[in-house]
Write a protein that binds this ligand. Structure first.
Ligand code: ZN
Length: 57
C-alpha cells in the first residue's frame, strides 16, 4: 500500500491519502489538490516532489 501526506508538500493540511497502487494514489492526490487547494495544473517539479513524498506502508 502507498501513502501520501499533504503536509509533506509544505501545506498546512492534515490530509492523508492511502491507496493500493500508485496510479490510484496519484489520482486521489490530484483530486485533493484541485478541490482543497485549487491547484488545477501541477507543475513537473511538484510532481517529482509528490513522487518522493509517497511512502510504502
Ligand atoms: Zn492538502
Amino acid at each position: 500500500m502507498k501513502s501520501f501526506k499533504c503536509a509533506d508538500m509544505g501545506k498546512d493540511c492534515s490530509w492523508i491519502a492511502k491507496a493500493d497502487n500508485l496510479s490510484e494514489l496519484v489520482e486521489k492526490i490530484f483530486r485533493h489538490a484541485a478541490i482543497s487547494h485549487n491547484v488545477k495544473q501541477i507543475p513537473v517539479y511538484r510532481k517529482y516532489k509528490i513522487a518522493s513524498s509517497i511512502k510504502d506502508v
